[in-house]
Design a protein around this ligand. Structure first.
Ligand code: ZN
Length: 174
């Protein structure tokens, strides 16, 4: 019987080789956000469509390492068609999963401008701090990334772009 790590590796490789929702939605009407991870050189373009309180469509494009690309694919599959509250819950839960070890990274990570990266974990509700991997479905496959601190930004790149896009849409309609 394959152990969990093998299963997780398979899921990540599957999404890397056969990315879901790859491409770009026509923008406008879709909202377009670009993200860049200077630590690794990953680039991502996330296009989203929101209608009636739901994330009705999402596509991602870009180039980068297997973690950044498979994370974007896993994200798109998880959030597509979901109510925005569920999308926000997944964003919080995923970032909490990735931030659990962020405070213990040490001080040797340097930002692209040469300054030390801000390693303080993002504030999350206590309820979100302890993530039940079962509530994340296939996204749990990426939890092993926290063991490789330099790859965390690869995994969160597309999620930050999605969160930014939703914030911008909300601000535009407020
Ligand atoms: Zn990367």
């Amino acid at each position: 019987m394959p152990d969990l790590q093998d299963l997780y590796r398979e899921i990540i490789l599957d999404h890397y080789r056969s990315p879901r929702n790859r491409g770009e939605l026509p923008s406008p009407p879709a909202h377009r956000v670009e993200g860049y991870n200077p630590l690794c050189g990953d680039e991502v373009v996330v296009t989203i469509e929101v209608d009636g309180g739901k994330l009705t469509d999402i596509k991602f494009a870009g180039v980068g390492c297997s973690i950044s690309q498979s994370s974007a694919s896993l994200m798109s599959a998880a959030v597509k068609g979901q109510p925005l509250e569920e999308v926000q819950r997944l964003i919080r839960a995923f970032k909490a999963m990735m931030s659990i070890h962020e405070a213990t990274l040490g001080d040797d990570v340097v930002d692209d401008d040469g300054s030390l990266a801000d390693l303080s974990p993002e504030p999350v509700d206590d309820a979100d701090r302890y993530v039940d991997p079962a509530s994340l479905g296939e996204l749990a496959a990426l939890q092993g990334v926290v063991k490789f601190p330099v790859r965390i930004k690869c995994a969160t790149l597309s999620w930050n772009a999605l969160a930014q896009g939703l914030d911008e849409l909300e601000a535009a309609t407020a």
